[in-house]
Design a protein around this ligand. Structure first.
Ligand SMILES: *Cc1c(COP(=O)(O)O)cnc(C)c1O
Length: 376
């Protein structure tokens, strides 16, 4: 079989051979071993968030991609008379606004430009001005740009105001440390195929038990009912509907490899090395990063299109893909950018290979880039 392309994307990601090999088994969803494995996965996920069942948190696995997990929380956690405040500085924040609109949930939105972090003082002022807000919702790393939002500052503020705090930590969980209890997080959502380096198939929700209890009978859908899903997993240990058994086998192996790498810290260090190699190499070629360095995460990096008229993204993408390197288009409202992920089973040497391929492609396309100015 031909060598797989390297995925410099925000997911699905390049995974290890051993994670893929873990799927070479068929397991019964009611089998004791499988049920024990699922329990262990749930326990380990809480541990990664610095919490446990004893400290009042629960892990719920939800079939589907990451969006299904977000939708499960938003459609289950906010009561009919509740009101959401959604903090938006990118496409994933906007997606959650679409969700609450779909459910007819009263919603307030605070928006920032895609290169600006969410501002805690604006959130505090909004909570003071509108006491009817019940839930505050934020994206940890907005994968649209790779910007990091100050979850650890906003969370305790939301908690002090007596509101529920929901965090989409899809692209950060497992690689950027976050202690749920300290950050005042009531619900955190992430998925199998991002920084934990599993394969796609399910999302997971880490929820404060006292809040999860209030979701009972409140969900707007059957299959995404977060409380019912938890009750199933906690009761007989089973998923309510067909579980992604192979994905779970792969995930158990991925968690082992995360621990072997030194946990969240070790993984974060590798991703940071990837990001630094990418940024240095791209800047040397003349590319300009979209974000200011102080707000840029080591998860994914957006770069401006070069100014040369010979640059066409589709062709650039295709030629890179032919060389085994898959990058990602931009998702920005007003600026032409493309993105490169630093996450997945990837080393700085792979980044170096990407940069060599990229330089070759630019030559083929006769794209000249002026050397980037040191400051934006
Ligand atoms: C990837 C991602 C999602 C959605 O994940 P899907 O698996 O594509 O449904 C949501 N939020 C953020 C921040 C993400 O990075």
């Amino acid at each position: 079989m031909a060598k797989d392309k390297l995925l410099f994307t925000p997911g699905p990601l390049t995974t290890s051979r051993t994670v893929k090999e873990a799927m070479l088994h068929d397991v019964g969803s009611r089998d004791d071993e499988f049920i024990a494995m699922v329990r262990d996965i749930r326990r380990q996920l809480l541990e990664l968030g610095g919490v446990s069942q004893t400290s009042g948190y629960e892990a719920v696995l939800v079939q589907g991609s990451g969006t299904f997990g977000v939708e499960s929380v938003l459609s289950s956690a906010i009561p009919a008379d509740g009101k959401a405040l959604i903090l938006v500085n990118g496409a994933y924040g906007e997606r959650m606004v679409q969700m609450t609109a779909r459910y007819g949930i009263a919603t307030e939105v605070l928006r920032w430009a895609e290169n600006e972090v969410t501002d805690p003082s604006a959130v505090e002022a909004k909570l003071k001005a509108d006491s009817s807000i019940t839930h505050v919702i934020i994206v940890h790393c907005e994968t649209t740009t790779g910007i990091m939002n100050p979850v650890e500052t906003i969370g305790p503020m939301v908690q002090a105001a007596g509101k529920t705090f929901i965090v989409d930590a899809m692209s950060s969980f497992g690689a950027i440390p976050l202690n749920l209890a300290e950050a005042g997080v009531d619900y955190l959502i992430s998925s199998a195929n991002k920084c934990i380096e599993g394969v796609p198939g399910f999302s997971f929700v880490l929820a404060r038990k006292s809040k999860l209890d209030t979701c009972k009978g409140q969900a707007r859908t059957l299959s995404l009912d977060l409380h019912a899903q938890w009750a199933g997993l906690e009761g007989n240990g089973q998923f309510r509907y067909t579980p992604p058994t192979h994905t779970l086998l792969a995930f158990a192996q991925a968690l082992k490899e995360l621990a072997d790498e030194g946990g969240v810290k070790g993984r974060g260090a590798r991703y940071l090395a990837n990001h630094n190699a990418l940024k240095a190499g791209m800047q040397k070629l003349g590319f300009i990063p979209y974000l200011a360095p102080e707000v840029q995460s080591y998860i994914i990096t957006a770069f401006h299109y070069p100014g040369d008229a010979n640059f066409h993204f589709e062709e650039f993408y295709r030629r890179l893909s032919q060389r085994g390197m898959v990058i990602y288009p931009g998702k920005l409202g007003h600026v032409d950018c493309f993105r490169m992920g630093n996450i997945g089973r990837m080393q700085p040497a792979d980044i170096a290979a990407l940069l060599v391929a990229l330089e070759g492609v630019l030559k083929e396309m006769s794209v000249a880039i002026p050397v980037a100015k040191p400051k934006r």
